[in-house]
Design a protein. Structure first.
Length: 253
C-alpha cells in the first residue's frame, strides 16, 4: 500500500477474488482509511471512463470512402470490424453529397435486419453521428444505374460521394494515462459491496449519481447491474432530474 499504483493494482483484481481474498479486502477497508480512499478512487475512475469518449492510446481511426466523384451502378455490401471495440462511432465528412436516390445504409447485424440509419443527400443532411454497439458494423452502398456520374467527373458536374471515419469509443482493453489496463465496470460493481458500509452519505450519493449516469449511457449492457449497485447503497434522496433519468430506463429500473 506504499505506492498509489500498488493500491490500484491490488484493488483492480481484488474484485475477482473469492474466500480469503474477499475477507482480506474487507479487513483492509475496515482498518485503513488509505485503503478506502484508494478503492473509492478506483471505482470513480472506472465509472468516469465509461462516460468518456475515445481513450488516449486507443485504436486508430478507420476511414472508408467512395471514389470522388463516385461512380454509378454500384451495389456494394461491406463490413468494418475493430476486434477490441465495445462500441464504434461513425462520423461523416462535411463534403458528403449524393443524389437523393443513392444511399449508404448502416446496419448493426450481418443479416442486415437491424438498420441504424440511411445516409443520402448533401451535408448537413447526409448523415449524423452514429453509435454502433459491438465491434462491427455492416454497410450497403447503392448508386442508381440511371445516373452516370463518372461521365461528369472531369468538368466537376458530378456529386462528390461520401467519406466516413470510424472511431473506437469504448475498447475491451482500455488503457489508463500510464498505460495500465483500466478498471473494468464488472470489477467495480463487485468491489462496491466491500466499500459501501464505510462510506459517508456524500460519497454514497456521488457514487449513485455516477452509477445512474453509466446506466443511462447509450448501449450500456450492464444497466441493470448498475441499478442493482445503486439499490445496494441503501436509502438515497433523489433529485427530480435523477428521477427523470430512472424513468427513462423503463422496465430496467
Amino acid at each position: 500500500w506504499v505506492q498509489p499504483g500498488q493500491r490500484e493494482t491490488v484493488l483492480r483484481w481484488a474484485a475477482f477474488w473469492d474466500g480469503e481474498g474477499v475477507a482480506w479486502v474487507k479487513d483492509a477497508m475496515a482498518a485503513s482509511e488509505t485503503a478506502r480512499e484508494a478503492a473509492w478512487a478506483v471505482c470513480c475512475t472506472c465509472l468516469l471512463l465509461n462516460l468518456t469518449d475515445p481513450v488516449d492510446g486507443g485504436e486508430e481511426s478507420i476511414e472508408v470512402e467512395t471514389q470522388h466523384n463516385y461512380k454509378s451502378h454500384q451495389n456494394v455490401v461491406f463490413k468494418v470490424m475493430c476486434r477490441e471495440a465495445r462500441r464504434l462511432r461513425l462520423t461523416f465528412d462535411q463534403r458528403c453529397h449524393t443524389d437523393a436516390q443513392d444511399n449508404l445504409a448502416v446496419f448493426a447485424d450481418a443479416k442486415l435486419s437491424r438498420k441504424l440509419t440511411m445516409c443520402s443527400g448533401k451535408q448537413p443532411d447526409f448523415g449524423e453521428v452514429v453509435n454502433v454497439d459491438g465491434d462491427a458494423a455492416w454497410f450497403v452502398w447503392r448508386s442508381d444505374r440511371r445516373h452516370a456520374h463518372g461521365r461528369f467527373d472531369r468538368d466537376g458536374a458530378g456529386n462528390w460521394g461520401w467519406r466516413m471515419v470510424i472511431d473506437v469509443v469504448q475498447s475491451k482493453a482500455m488503457l489508463g494515462k500510464e498505460g495500465r489496463p483500466a478498471e473494468s465496470l464488472e470489477a467495480t460493481l463487485r468491489l462496491l459491496p466491500l466499500l459501501s458500509h464505510a462510506a459517508s452519505a456524500t460519497a454514497l450519493h456521488s457514487l449513485a449519481s455516477l452509477l445512474l449516469a453509466v446506466a443511462c449511457t447509450d448501449g450500456c449492457r450492464p444497466a441493470a447491474a448498475c441499478l442493482d449497485a445503486v439499490r445496494m447503497l441503501g436509502p438515497l434522496t433523489w433529485s427530480p432530474a435523477a428521477r427523470a433519468l430512472l424513468q427513462s430506463l423503463g422496465k430496467v429500473a
